[in-house]
Write a protein that binds this ligand. Sequence first.
Ligand code: COA
Length: 338
Amino acid sequence: MAKKATEKSPIRAAITGVHGYVPPDVLTNADLARMVDTSDEWIVARTGIKERHILKGRGLGSSHMAAEAVRGLLHKTGAAPREVDLLICATATPDLVFPATATLVGDMTDIRGVGCFDVQAACSGFIHALAVAAQFIETGKYRKIVVVGADKTSSLIDYTDRATCVLFGDGAGAVLLEPSRTHGIIDTLIRADGAGMPYLHLKAGGSRLPSTAETVAKGLHYVHQDGAKVFKFAVARMTEVTRELMRRNRLTGDMVDWLVPHQANLRIIEATAKRIKLPAERAMVTIHKYGNTTTATIPLCLWDYEKKLKAGDRLILVAFGGGFAWGGAYLTWAYDGR
Ligand code: COA
């Protein structure tokens, strides 16, 4: 349990609510096996994924799912849209190149006249956004911040490429951050190494190679990934970050109640948990039903496990993704599951 709070305890950013959204359409392994040369056995054995949700409907982007998650979060926590001081959206699949998806979500959820911006750090975007948001709470500048991770990654996937199409799903998850002297984010760590770009990126559609008929014909708007290379780096960096957060905060494996890992591959999650000597059942897992939802994996885990969480539980959040960019956060949970 955390130490007793006093007036001298530092102000921390506590997660005081979480809500998630996944679209209703489900794409199962059996569906994929009818589309490409794959099988349920291969996908489950190599990734742990059984199904994923896909956002369908003309004109619906990541903002649609983010807004659903944020609306649910505000309803659940009783926070009024006008009370929100800042809205940060982590996404790698913004609705538009500009304006920011956060501004669209603000409009859809009635959060107006305050800062709304996006954070782009691929799959580790939610951790980066959380690290940024925590600063505004710790300094006393803001009292209610919404951080939402939302991705329609299906919009970037080539559904004839069996190596990538089985991995990703769509979804969104949002948290409310408020000041607390008892619980909250104790430490964060964010890192990047741009030398990782060749192994996981999208070749066209940005300013370097704008969209043309030729880029579309060549399939340059789809996720390009060297899966084996990414796998190796993901395990190494996620382990490194978790170990560093544990060392800096004098935590041993038995003191960590929950590891909340980015959900890219069950084997990455299990390897990370094993290396920090954490029993597998204390690592949150949702990959079987959602796949890799990019920035939404971590808040969707918190949403799924919310009922099991207790005030004072020690959580380590950790993610790795394109860039390469990665990071982690150590926090104590602020409320008993509901
Ligand atoms: N079904 C059946 N076979 C498949 C397949 C599929 N869906 N996808 C790939 N294969 C095949 C490959 O073609 C290859 O065949 P070959 O040996 O005849 O060439 C074989 O399986 C092994 O491929 P490999 O890429 O070595 O498999 P893997 O065990 O590394 O698993 C990933 C592939 C993508 C699941 C794994 O590398 C991974 O999860 N990487 C990290 C992904 C990630 O974290 N991405 C996001 C970061 S946020």
